[in-house]
Write a protein that binds this ligand. Structure first.
Ligand code: SF4
Length: 232
């Protein structure tokens, strides 16, 4: 029995027989499945204006959205304007965001971004990728999140750790660098799907295609995924 079990475990999965990774056929089928699974996928960060989303997204680096949402309940009551962040002391802001981790750099960047918004953008969070990435602590991922979710402007695809991992497993990129992953995705994903795809991949990455142990046997994308049963 033991020998038989060992032999069964050693059987390799059948080779991938789905549509070519990155082909319109595969991409369309995957997006269709994800829409069916996660029809209401959206950002899980709580916010009520662009400034709040900018701050929440900066706080979410190396943290979880749940934790950030707990912190921002009080933070957004205390800091209501860009001036509030621009004038608070480093120590006080650090204290208010401490539990999200990396609080020293986050506080430094949030204060500096608020000061730059006042000095260069008339106190309003800028609405272009070009301007947003000039803010301290804001790279393309954060800028895409703010543009897409606060302004409804889609200039790219927000690539976080889940999106990057799933893009590689689905055969859409071989790159690790988020900016290169984003470029690869923008070449093969229809623009109308850029915003929702990012949310849906994050949902799927949390629920099924986890970093350490993807649950391929329960995955609706199994027939479309060249990495099915190959990630250990
Ligand atoms: S089949 Fe496996 S590796 Fe592919 S997306 Fe699903 S869980 Fe991830």
């Amino acid at each position: 029995m033991r020998k038989r079990e060992k032999e069964m475990n050693e059987i390799s999965p059948p080779p991938y027989a789905g549509p070519p990774p990155g082909s319109p056929e595969q991409v369309t089928a995957i997006i269709g499945e994800l829409r069916r699974l996660y029809p209401d996928a959206k950002t899980s960060l709580n916010f009520s204006n662009p400034l709040e989303l900018l701050v929440a997204t900066q706080l979410s680096a190396q943290s979880t959205d749940e934790l950030v949402n707990m912190v921002t309940v009080d933070l957004f009551k205390k800091y209501r304007s860009v001036e509030d962040y621009a004038t608070v002391s480093q120590e006080e802001l650090e204290k208010d965001i401490r539990s999200t981790g990396f609080y020293h750099n986050k506080a430094k960047n949030i204060r500096a971004a608020a000061q730059r918004i006042i000095t260069n953008y008339g106190g309003e969070v800028p609405r272009t990728m070009e301007d947003l990435v000039t803010l301290p602590g804001v790279a393309r991922k954060t800028a895409n999140v703010v543009l897409g979710n606060a302004f409804g402007i889609v200039e790219g695809i927000a690539v976080d750790t889940h999106v990057g991992r799933l893009a590689r497993r689905l055969g859409w990129t071989t790159n690790e660098d988020p900016v290169k992953v984003e470029q690869d995705l923008m070449r093969i994903i229809p623009r109308k799907d850029w915003l929702s795809l990012s949310h849906m991949l994050i949902y799927h990455g949390r629920a099924i295609c986890t970093a350490r142990r993807p649950r391929c046997a329960q995955c609706a994308l199994v027939h479309l995924c060249p990495s099915a049963f190959l990630v250990s």
